[in-house]
Design a protein around this ligand. Structure first.
Ligand code: THU
Length: 171
């Protein structure tokens, strides 16, 4: 038997002031987007802001539905919109923030598994790792590759058209 030890790299910041001005602007955009969520069922608002290599910031928020599984998380709303509008433009970073009726969450929000899968495919698609900023009141986590958020992920190996989705690139 062998053991596989996985490591996850996370940079932790105590406040927004420790981020550079581009990152601060992205976090502010995510917070604004959070207020635009449609979340009447969970009353849990999530905002995501995606910075593209062309300088554009695309935002998204969670969009719920009475048929619960039909709703979509903020991260996927933002990334899919960005990729749909700018299919040839890589993502440079994403900031994610969440609030409930008590305000912005104390701890950084943790993206759901489905969103992690989409964050990962965006990295593979553009062959470029990008920063993921998970924002909370008391700290901000910076993750420099979605592979750190989703180790041992499904990368399409075995799909007929998966030629350049090498599992070797997945830690
Ligand atoms: N949600 C997100 O938008 N992103 C996440 O990463 C976690 C959960 C949304 C989905 C749903 O509208 C609400 O938060 C409660 O789960």
């Amino acid at each position: 038997m062998k053991h596989l030890n996985l490591t996850t790299q996370i940079e932790i910041f105590d406040s927004l002031d420790e981020l550079n001005s581009t990152e601060q602007a992205l976090v502010n955009a995510a917070e604004k987007a959070c207020h635009k969520a449609y979340a009447p069922y969970s009353e849990f608002n999530v905002g995501a802001a995606v910075l593209l290599e062309n300088g554009q910031i695309i935002t998204g928020s969670n969009q719920e539905n009475a048929a619960y599984p039909s709703g979509l998380c903020a991260e996927r709303t933002a990334i899919f919109y960005a990729n749909a509008q700018y299919p040839d433009t890589p993502v440079t970073s994403i900031a994610i923030i969440a609030m409930n009726k008590n305000g912005i969450l104390e701890n950084p929000v943790a993206p759901c598994g489905a969103c992690r899968q989409v964050l990962l495919e965006t990295e593979l698609r553009y062959k470029k790792a990008y920063d993921i900023l998970l924002v909370g009141q008391s700290s901000i986590q910076k993750i420099k590759s979605s592979k750190d958020l989703l180790p041992l992920s499904f990368v399409g190996e075995g799909l007929l058209k998966s030629a350049d989705r090498s599992p070797k690139s997945n830690n």
